[in-house]
Design a protein around this ligand. Structure first.
Ligand SMILES: Nc1ncnc2c1ncn2[C@@H]1O[C@H](COP(=O)(O)OP(=O)(O)OP(=O)(O)O)[C@@H](O)[C@H]1O
Ligand SMILES: [Mg+2]
Length: 304
């Protein structure tokens, strides 16, 4: 049995079973006595359906030692914008504020805003997770998760550049005098950018030092190839991927053709990805829904 880091991300192509496997894993951790929080970050939330409950951004107790919540990126983005507006109101006049509000509304739907808000919520979740032994993230399909995990790196250098630019502007405006250091540190925009930069650096540190990413793969060529690529880029960033979980493995009753096709793909997975198989969940006749049914699969995962 492999013990994973405190923060565990289940990743993989769309529909391979990330929500199912992350729920089984979270249940397993809780049954072993670890205080566990399961967090859904996928906009198309299905963790609540798999657990047969309703979830929102507040942590909800599911059973002994297990809590769950979902992060809603759209809601996060709105509260993000409101916070920025409030801060701006303190530094600009009403005329300028009107223009800025229009601008903020316009950028609200631009690419990256939701991801950035989601990342903020994710980092907040990590920061506020001291009372948990394990935090399990059910993520959106591969591409998006990848971007999310890379965001701290991208945004952090972006913040640094913004801080530099702001400093230059203040200097140009002659607002920085002899006691420039004090003045710059008092600037509300620089303060905000610095706190954001620190938060992102913290997020990056946790992702690289205290997280495990577990790709879920089905015995299909497309799932294997897509995941192979994302494993490569995640590992390039320094993210720890201790092994993979195979889901929807053909049962005894599958046709011989299907079984032999799967055998071929599983061999390719072994050859192509130098990764330990840390779980094998069979394809069930029925979906694995509800705590009771999920519990039946706990021993199929070799991780805790
Ligand atoms: N081993 C299994 N046996 C039977 N049904 C399964 C199994 N694993 C997953 N399913 C079903 O397959 C569908 C997709 O699974 P799941 O929602 O866990 O995948 P996902 O990777 O989270 O999908 P998405 O990318 O949309 O978030 C669901 O209807 C789920 O109940
Ligand atoms: Mg899902």
């Amino acid at each position: 049995m492999e013990e994973l880091e405190k923060f565990v991300f289940f990743a993989g192509k769309g529909g391979v079973g990330k929500t199912t496997c992350s729920s089984i894993y979270a249940l397993k951790c809780s049954e072993r006595g670890l205080k566990t929080l399961l967090v859904s970050t996928d906009p198309a939330h299905s963790t609540d359906k798999i657990l047969e409950t309703t979830l929102d951004e507040k942590e909800k107790k599911i059973k002994e030692a297990l809590w769950a919540k979902e992060i809603d990126a759209s809601k996060e983005a709105v509260s993000h914008r409101k916070k920025i507006e409030k801060e701006m109101k303190q530094v600009v006049g009403p005329d300028m504020m009107n223009k800025l509000q229009g601008y903020l509304k316009m950028t609200h739907n631009s690419p990256g805003v939701k991801e950035s808000a989601l990342l903020d919520a994710l980092i907040r979740t990590i920061k506020e997770s001291k009372r948990y032994d394990k935090v399990v993230f059910d993520t959106a399909p591969t591409g998006e998760t990848m971007r999310l995990l890379q965001l701290p790196e991208l945004l952090s250098s972006w913040s640094e550049q913004l801080i530099e630019r702001r400093k230059k502007n203040l200097e140009k405006l002659g607002r920085v005098g002899e006691k420039s250091k004090v003045d710059l540190d008092d600037d509300p925009l620089i303060k905000r950018l610095k706190s954001r930069e620190n938060k992102l650096k913290f997020g990056r540190k946790v992702l690289l030092n205290r997280s495990s990413v577990i790709p879920v793969i089905t015995p299909e060529k497309l799932s294997m190839l897509e995941t192979k690529d994302s494993i490569k880029s995640l590992e390039k960033m320094g993210v720890d991927i201790p092994g993979i979980v195979l889901n929807r493995i053909a049962s005894e009753t599958a046709t011989e053709e299907r079984k032999s096709y799967e055998k071929k793909i599983l061999n390719e997975i072994k050859k192509n990805m130098d990764k330990k198989v840390m779980g094998r969940v069979p394809l069930m006749e029925e979906e694995i829904i509800g705590v009771e049914k999920l519990s039946e699969h706990i021993d199929e995962l070799d991780i805790c």
